[in-house]
Design a protein around this ligand. Structure first.
Ligand SMILES: [Zn+2]
Ligand SMILES: [Zn+2]
Length: 346
């Protein structure tokens, strides 16, 4: 079968690999869609300390079961499934408390296990053990189902930042994750959602799709001033930074309303992880700053339901569909910001 495999930083190959078989406790799928995201670009350029090459990449996975290993119950060939990306252990102190996104023993598809940029893939028993294989609801396509994983990550962040009724929400960064955050915030009852982005071109492409109440180009105007103007000086109830930018995080703190919640959704570069935070703003305004690290199996299941019910449409966010041999080109499209969501159809 054909796969897209990481060999070394800057060395990702479209090549042949033996077709895997489902061992005991495992399920084999025919991958129908595996979507790309910024993480794939990062891995292809820099590698990752959890990836021991060669490794099939890809973690936003949807497909069809073709083989069920010994001892697996409840699944059959032909079932349409979505696979979680981050796999918690299900047993540690955090997992037992239901905090599966911060499991210290977390392993991941496309990192520790062969990923979805392949015609076939084995779903490891670690995924099945924590209920990480989800049935795709009727009416949801494989392509849409592959976007459930990033949507699940957005859902985790908005739960932690308590996005809800009547909130003025700012999303900084208009990539696929930013677009999902705008849609999800609306579904959760936000009063207004403002989108902030450095690049005018990327901002316009996203704004046309997700129609924020205001689209602010941070490359042309000061987003803090703009948000204060739009909120009569009050600031925003929730700010989500969906960009790997320390400056965006600093601006997020400055544009928060009293008791505002700030989600540092996007991480910062490892060699530059420090920001300046006016601690007195946090103190006097009772701000809450929260992180967000991936998603749990339950978030993935809920994300599929949000897509199925129409609460969070994702079909129109998939702007590019490419065959497996074009996956490496797809990373370039993602890196240059020319697309919202690029999905690979192996
Ligand atoms: Zn991803
Ligand atoms: Zn755990």
């Amino acid at each position: 079968m054909k796969v897209v495999r990481f060999h070394a930083p800057g060395d990702v190959r479209f090549e042949d690999a033996p077709e895997p078989e489902a061992g005991p406790g495992e399920v084999k799928i025919r991958v129908r869609n595996c979507s790309t995201c910024g993480t794939d670009v990062k891995i292809s350029k820099f590698g990752h300390h959890h990836i021991h090459p060669p490794r099939v990449m890809g973690h936003e996975i949807a497909g069809e079961i073709v083989e069920v290993g010994d001892g697996v119950e409840g699944w059959a060939p032909g079932d349409r499934v979505q696979v979680i990306a981050a796999i918690p252990c299900g047993e540690c102190a955090e997992c037992r408390r239901g905090r599966m996104t911060i499991c210290p023993n977390q392993v991941s598809m496309g990192y520790h296990f062969e990923g979805g940029f392949a015609q076939y893939m084995v779903v490891p028993r670690e995924v099945l053990k924590v209920d990480g294989l989800n049935r795709i609801p009727d009416g949801v396509s494989f392509a849409e189902a592959s976007v459930a994983e990033p949507l699940a990550c957005a859902l985790n962040a908005q739960n932690l930042a308590r996005v809800g009724d009547g909130d003025d929400v700012v999303v900084i960064g208009s990539g696929p994750i930013g677009c999902l955050h705008v849609r999800l915030a609306r579904a959760r009852g936000a009063a207004r959602v403002f989108l902030v982005e450095l690049s005018r071109q990327r901002l316009e492409m996203a704004a046309e799709l997700v129609k924020p109440d205001a689209a602010i180009c941070a490359g042309e105007t000061d987003p803090v001033e703009e948000i204060l103007k739009l909120t009569d000086g009050r600031g925003a109830d929730v700010i989500i930074t969906a960009a790997a930018s320390g400056k965006a995080q600093e601006q997020a703190i400055q544009m928060a309303a009293r008791q505002g919640r700030i989600s540092f959704f996007g991480g910062l570069p490892k060699d530059d992880p420090t920001i300046t935070c006016d601690s007195n703003l946090v103190h006097y305004r009772e701000l809450m700053i929260v992180g967000a690290n991936g998603s749990s199996p339950a978030h993935n299941a809920e994300a599929l339901e949000l897509v199925a019910s129409g609460a969070v449409p994702v079909a129109d966010l998939i702007t590019h569909r490419l065959p497996l041999e074009s996956a490496i080109d797809a990373f370039g499209i993602v890196a240059r910001g020319e697309a919202i969501k690029v999905t690979i159809e192996p």
